[in-house]
Design a protein around this ligand. Structure first.
Ligand code: PBG
Length: 323
């Protein structure tokens, strides 16, 4: 009978051996929990396509952020849903805008948690695109000015890090300059560097009321087939001053996470998006998979691919499971 000299099963024989040689480890330190904020009071409206996630008014959001902090999760990511929208998304940089109010309120009440704010136009424009429209097209450079105003207004309200998700060319540089010129040299930018034109965002668009009224986002978000191009996106954002490079979605783009991490050695964030969340919830609720095991497997694979940070709607659950 053949007897192998090297047996990988030796180090798999019990949990102590397994944990001793385990490579990728999920940690609460790596998690970011996203939230959707609305105007009003006492609002906690569940998002049908994202069970367990809510549109929250600021008072309710504060309770959530306190919970997140209690779980030792280092950061939350905020998306605003405004009361009024217009063609150019002016409400996105209003001093009393929903994000600006939310950030100020959290800063007053909760100490020592990172507040990240998503910088984009799609929730604030009547047409639902991530930039300004001229002659039926999303125009790049005039959008940059608005994005800079939005980022600056978030930071003035107290945002600890801005995350531009619009995919215009040059937005990181434009935002960096606006922040620096106004004395915010130390506020980092987490850029959605490789954000794909993905089908996995639909639950989010329902939650944030940001579905484009016409066309789609393929003239600014990346083609799902491309990975070399993601390296160019990442390099540009790094050159323009980005501090954390984000890949989005996560699960279908593990190769991109791996390559970006290897090529640049920068902190990499992966966004485990709404559709990835909804798929697991749906399969688990029909008894097809074990939710906890599946979530831990997927998030561990995202770490194994090279992500340092994971933005996930499962952040609170995971923090409870692994602590
Ligand atoms: C806004 C934005 C989107 C997401 C994050 N920021 C939607 C989109 O680009 O249409 C998606 C997040 C998710 O699906 O969880 N630009």
């Amino acid at each position: 009978m053949y007897s192998p000299v090297y047996r990988l099963r030796r180090l798999r024989q019990n949990e102590n051996f397994r944990r001793m040689i385990r490579e990728a480890k999920l940690s609460v330190d790596d998690l970011i929990m996203p939230y959707f904020v609305v105007h009003g009071k006492g609002i906690r409206q569940e998002i049908p396509s994202m069970p367990g996630n809510f549109r929250l008014s600021i008072d309710e959001l504060i309770k959530e952020v306190e919970d997140v902090k209690g779980l030792n999760i280092p950061a939350v990511l905020l998306f605003g849903i405004p009361e009024t929208k217009d063609e150019t998304g002016t409400y996105a940089y209003a001093e009393d805008g929903i994000i600006q109010q939310a950030v100020r309120a959290i800063k007053e009440r909760v100490r020592d948690i990172i507040i990240i704010t998503d910088v984009c136009l799609c929730e604030y424009t009547t047409h639902g695109h991530c930039g300004v429209i001229e002659s039926g097209e999303v125009v790049n450079d005039s959008t940059l000015e608005i994005l800079s105003l939005i980022a600056l207004s978030h930071v003035k309200a107290g945002s600890d890090m801005v995350a531009p998700s619009d995919m215009m060319d040059g937005r990181v540089g434009a935002i960096r300059r606006a922040l620096d010129e106004n004395g915010y040299k130390n506020v980092p930018i987490m850029s959605y560097a490789a954000k794909y034109a993905s089908a996995f965002y639909s639950p989010f668009r329902e939650a944030a009321e940001s579905t484009p009224a016409f066309g789609d986002r393929r003239s600014y978000q990346m083609d799902i087939a491309n990975a070399d191009e993601a390296l160019r996106e990442a390099r540009l954002d790094i050159d323009e001053g980005a501090d954390i490079i984000m890949i989005k979605p996560a699960l279908s783009y593990l190769d991109v996470i791996y390559r970006v991490k290897n090529q640049f050695g920068y902190p990499v964030a992966a966004y485990n998006v709404s559709g990835e969340f909804a798929m697991i919830k749906s399969a688990a609720s029909s008894g097809l998979i074990d939710e906890k095991k599946t979530v831990l497997e997927i998030l561990t694979s995202i770490k194994r691919a090279g992500a340092d940070v994971i933005i996930t709607y499962f952040a609170k659950d995971v923090a409870e499971w692994i602590s």
